[in-house]
Design a protein around this ligand. Sequence first.
Ligand SMILES: [Zn+2]
Ligand SMILES: [Zn+2]
Length: 465
Amino acid sequence: MSRLKYQALHRRDPILGTDLPPVQHESTFSVLLRLAARNVWNRNGICRVFELGDAAHNFSFYDGDSLLQQRIIEMTGWNWQPAEWELGGRLPHLNDALWSKVLRFCPICLSNGFHSLWFQFSAMQECPMHGCVLTDRCQSCGSLVGAYRFTTKLFTTPFKCPECSGWIAGAPFNHGSGDDLRRHRSSVEFAFAPISTWFAEAASNLQFLNQIACRWTDSDSPFKLLHDRLLTGAMALYHPLPARLRWEFAALVDIVAWRHEVASSLGAVSDMPHRYGYLRYGLPLLVYRATLRTLRSFVGTRPFEAGGANRPMERPGGLTQVSRLSTLQAAYLLMRMVFERGAPLTLGADLRGVVLDDGVFAHALVGNILGRLACRVIMLGAFAMLVDLGGDFCRARLAKIDNPSFQISSVIAFAGVALANAQYCVAILPKIGALPILPAEHNHLNRDVIDVINIALVSRVLKYR
Ligand SMILES: [Zn+2]
Ligand SMILES: [Zn+2]
């Protein structure tokens, strides 16, 4: 609907608050909340005035191009570029790790009618203007304010808590007063400039992580948590945050990256080689057995935790024996269960009968070529991730012998691109102490290789746009 038509429809009902246009870094949520307060709208009122209809159910405040924003611009006449435009969907698979699902705010800012998109950024722990710790709780009663969405709860009475009817910020919403942030635009811009710059650079620096996270479809909570910890750990290492920001739950990780020359030209994806057993026999099987042997001796030489059995375990009968396994033992056995067909539940040294599952090393293919190092890193990564998930997790999954009940892709943090006659590969491994068989030292945090991967991925994204 055109703006003129809108103005005709609403001529008797001018919108209040158009004199307070959004400031830079202000969230769409904030803009809407302020308009709602000025015009005494609840959620239904907003839907009616902006004629949102059913679309309102799907609104995410992280969306940079929503109907809601279009309507606000149409009806207020603001020359407004929503802060969400900066997000631009360039790292879609990192969203869960980067952004909070619940509303987080600075009490002083909110009482001034201001909320920044960056308050929702997981690593921002305090307001850069006031130094207040960001909170997700009502400052009047302490209850959780809830999901960062266009909910009835947040818009029942704007700025007020539906639980206690008090002010969410702990003080009345007081726009236009002497302290109004809108009068200090430059300090708002200054305060959020570092994170805004960080994010702009992340779009090119962190493409490899986005690619790694792309295969993680498991939304089960232990994996979800592990993945977020790995991603933020890798970000902390590769693309450090500006001062005063920190990832709360980042895992300590290694990022390994390497370049691997191959004889024939890569790139053309023809037949999937696993049709010919290529991914189960020959090189992958050799690498698998060799890595398994090293892992086994690593598991065997580590001190056992209290309660762990300090002896090799052969074909245990059930849960009681599984419960005696140490974390490393359980992770080793669980890894074998995932990689092999009918793996025996044994810590024995005999690896002659190993039969690989079809799919496992498909994850290590880059440009249809399977590299030795890629196979090994995938195994080490899976093992380290299972250790990180913990002994209880591994023992519980082992107890369900026939069905470890997760996707192998959930324990793989690997990405690669094929260019001309080389593969460029990168993987994240959680640190679990002295894992003895990491790839050679020069592979660690190999920025040149990661840059190549980032650039290749960005141009791939652009090509398909
Ligand atoms: Zn503040
Ligand atoms: Zn309350």
